[in-house]
Design a protein around this ligand. Sequence first.
Ligand SMILES: Cc1ncc(COP(=O)(O)O)c(C=O)c1O
Length: 478
Amino acid sequence: MIIMAAEGGGAGVACLGSGDIIRSTFISRPGQEVRDMVTAIEQQYIDTHPGSAERHATARGLFPDGVTHDTRRLKPFPIYATHGLGPHKWDVDGNRLIDYYTGHGSLILGHSHPDIVEAVTTQMARGTHLSASTDLEIRWGQAVVDLVPCAEKVRFQSSGTEATLMAFRMVRAYTGKTKIIKFEDHFHGWHDYAMAGNSVLGGIPEETLSTMIVLPPNDISLVERTLSQDDDVAAVILEPTGSHMGHHAVTPEFVLGLREVTERYGAALIFDEVVTGFRTSKGGAQEYYGIMPDMCTMAKILGGGLPGGAVAGRAEIINMIEMTGDPEHDSRRRVQHNGTFNANPLSAAAGIKALELVANTPVNDTANAMAARLKDGLNDMLSRSEVPGCASGVASAIFLRLGVDHECDRSVCILSPEDTAVIDDAERKNQLELAMMNHGVHSGNRFIVMSVHTEEDIDLTVEAAERSVNDLRKQGLV
Ligand SMILES: Cc1ncc(COP(=O)(O)O)c(C=O)c1O
């Protein structure tokens, strides 16, 4: 079933034939216009993804918007994938895609890495949950301590959302203070505290939000002023390369400034390394920048492609969970933490193998080299096509920013709010994502590069981007 109505024509707009057409006002992204016309990009996507369209029609009766993760919404419908191998994945219509969504950033080793498959299948036969402590959790915890500079002690959870929730609780218990400073648009999962600053706040109590302070990033004097005027701040948390995996960058100077002012005012500094951990470098962004936070949160690569999260950091903060024998601490101040799947054997087996490969093979260097090739290729393509924009990003997370001419060092790209609004245009983003898929790439405007992407994959990706930008131009979107 196709989920759009055909009307009119015009430049870059195609008409669907009669048949299985359903009118839809489905909007995939906030700010996106409701349109009745099908664009040429959409028509090509619809023609080549009938199986996904059919499944989405069923899924809409099961799940809100037909999806199980807010960012998987896509107009007119998302793809339904069957399997992945290395840098590629396939959809139900048999289309092969070079994948840059990469398990939402959890797969630096590629899909179905043979060592991980073996580790998980071996463990599967030995038991998925033994309701007991295991050697696996010790090896997994040790791997984290060995790789992550700030990690004196570790506690596992099952996701990044749980990790930041636990970090907030630990640091509040440790300092006896309530408030947490976070930065606009920085994503720390979907629990009530982490959502502060978001425009979509349904179901979140005002009382919870009032314990959070949301500041614009890259303004260290504002952070300092806030800390100096409020002695109830327990911690400052940020995505250390910028919000949304580095899309809206922060400068290294700002991060360094945060280290200095938090130390001075007695607040903890938390790096949310759910994305950057084991990616930006073996030891994450903290190692890459040489800045030691008090704590960090991790997930994604940590679990080797299976669910897993962790908080690590200074032992005295992580030890807020520990029983001390002091009745006042143990029965009142202590942090309680349960969780059926904490350090479960399957995630631990996958995570140990992934971290072993990160520690002992040049996974990060290879992914970074491929990302650098992609960045260069995309920037050359933009110049050739005379399209304003840039490709920039730190380590293996690259962003294609279309729509504004701007100065940028291709690593840390800082844009004005006005330029950011242009670059984040919802309609262009949606059309770009579809066009890239039409040309064999699943990326949108973000490319999370893995160690298994080859030079050939990268060059094909640049070609796909050139064709996509051309398609966008015909629709007046660049
Ligand atoms: C920086 C950051 N923190 C936390 C999270 C939440 O992690 P999870 O989706 O595992 O709950 C994400 C998810 O993408 C993230 O990017």
